[in-house]
Design a binder for this molecule. Structure first.
Ligand code: ADP
Length: 492
């Protein structure tokens, strides 16, 4: 069905007079129609620009204009969002609502088309064109926490190689006998390559649409016999919280894959204690995204449970095809001793070389390395471990404090749901860490109990002077804690 409907869609795009190299935007959930767009748009030679609906409306306008999108496909949920910004869109000529006739809304935008009508008018007898492998296939913008979002363009070549990279055994354990639920959105970095890898390897795909809460996901997983699901730590946390409070479970679930932010050991234990394997990857919009992956090998089998969990909190080994290294402030390459930290650089066939609109190669140094802005150590066995974002590192009395390590330590406290640490300017020490805690549902931990808990785990000078409790940490458009918001709120 996906093949035939993608072909019908490709024909419909031609009927709408879209050509090779035209950008076609989507603002959509993970659905079968979105999958058809992935194949139909890129397959006919146009470029699919997957837009994150959680962007601020001014950023939405910016990215749609910047990418010069000619057509826009939106799910019903996002019609009001588009109505509000429609007048500001400069290049979009067609709006298609991803539904059938029976569900077409009374849309304020004249000439809005209905997805099912559009493809029903075509027969699907379509000869897929061939073109050079470096032809652009998709565009994704970084979430743009500071300044305007930057566009990353993926080619057919990079997407196929990345899908191979993700699909080989030992990376993410999924096979043709699996039912995979991508909670990771198709509007963010091609859902980590799932739509391509799934078709390549023949997994069953289960698309969650807009219902991403613990109750909805659990029900869907059980109805569809889901064996693997991929998502960011905040999604896993809400799922585990739901399982704990309701007593529900998903007996078919075998593997959970995470990425996008550092998982805490408490999170990893939450799944492992239920017999669910935990896989953890690192990457960014600029790296397609998967560049490293952490999973246990045969050699780790004899380690005790706590050591295995500690291994899994590391971001892992590079995928075949990717190179990585850490460098110091003056650019010298640092040793892989598990202690020395520096900025992580990566290089490879699915690493971005320039942002959309910039000169070719301008995102790389002279030797083709991409500076990630992440700070990491590399252990002697080749596993990489992120210690911070460059901009989040805290320097106190000349010593570095890793905000991720401190957050991890705090999140192990049984009454803590999530924790964030930021540096606050300090007269004597330069900076001191401030710990911001979101308590577990129904719990009210005290500052003393949290600090006492940390004392056993971190060096004395790492202990925060202050602890703030909040109902909810601010989350950005990709589900990560927005430290910029916390800095604005607390730095004074
Ligand atoms: P953004 O546009 O917010 O940068 P990305 O999804 O591209 O969105 O984010 C990439 C960044 O997310 C990485 O540079 C890193 O800081 C963080 N990140 C991604 N995966 C992990 C991980 N497994 N552990 C820790 N941090 C991660």
């Amino acid at each position: 069905d996906a093949r035939k409907r993608s072909a019908q869609l490709a024909q419909a795009l031609q009927t709408l007079k879209l050509h090779d190299g035209d950008a076609v935007a989507t603002i959509a959930w993970n659905t079968h129609r979105h999958l058809e767009l992935y194949y139909g748009v890129s397959g006919m030679g146009a470029i699919i620009h997957t837009v994150n609906p959680r962007l601020h409306p001014t950023q939405l306008v910016y990215v749609l204009n910047h990418a010069q999108d000619r057509a826009l496909f939106v799910d019903l949920t996002f019609v009001p969002l588009i109505e509000a910004i429609w007048d500001k869109l400069e290049s979009v000529r067609h709006l298609v609502i991803m539904t059938d006739k029976g569900h077409m809304p009374a849309c304020k935008i004249q000439g809005a088309l209905c997805y099912e009508d559009l493809i029903a008018a075509e027969d699907g007898d379509y000869e897929w064109p061939t073109f050079p492998e470096d032809t652009a296939s998709s565009i994704c913008y970084t979430s743009g926490t500071t300044g305007n979002a930057k566009g990353v363009v993926y080619s057919h070549r990079s997407s196929v190689l990345h899908a191979f990279g993700v699909a080989v055994p030992g990376v993410i354990p999924v096979g043709p006998d699996d039912a995979l639920l991508p909670v990771v959105p198709m509007f963010h970095v091609n859902a980590w390559g799932v739509p391509y890898a799934a078709a390549m390897c023949g997994y069953k795909l289960v698309m969650p649409g807009p219902r991403l809460d613990g109750v909805g996901l659990t029900e869907l997983m059980n109805n569809e016999g889901v064996t693997c699901y991929w998502g960011v730590p905040t999604v896993h946390l809400s799922l585990l919280a739901h399982w704990r409070s309701s007593g529900e479970s998903v007996p078919s679930l075998r593997t959970v894959t995470t990425g996008g932010a550092a998982p805490t050991s408490a999170l990893i234990e939450g799944f492992r204690s239920r017999g669910i394997e935990f896989v953890h990857g690192w990457g960014m919009t600029e790296t397609s995204p998967v560049a490293t992956v952490s999973s246990l090998t045969r050699a780790d089998a004899d380690l005790d449970d706590a050591t295995q969990v500690a291994r899994l909190t590391r971001q892992g080994k590079k995928l075949f095809g990717v190179e990585m290294r850490i460098v110091g402030e003056d650019g010298q390459v640092l040793p892989r001793d598990g202690k020395t930290f520096g900025e992580l650089q990566v290089r490879g066939p699915w690493i971005c070389s320039a942002y959309l609109g910039n000169a070719p190669g301008s995102a790389l140094d002279g030797e083709g390395w991409f500076p990630t802005g992440d700070v990491a150590v590399i252990h002697p066995d080749g596993t990489m471990q992120i210690t911070d974002r460059k901009k989040d590192l805290i320097k106190s009395g000349g010593e570095w404090i890793s905000s991720i390590d401190l957050e991890n330590a705090a999140a192990r406290h049984p009454e803590v749901a999530m924790a964030a640490v930021i540096g606050i300017a300090h007269e004597k020490w330069g900076e001191r860490p401030l710990l911001i805690v979101q308590p577990a549902p129904g719990a009210s931990p005290t500052k003393e109990s949290v600090l006492e808990f940390l004392e056993d785990q971190v060096a004395k000078h790492w202990l925060p002077d202050r602890v703030v409790f909040v109902d909810a940490l601010p989350l950005g458009p990709t589900g990560k804690v927005q430290k910029s918001v916390l800095r604005e709120r607390y730095s004074a």
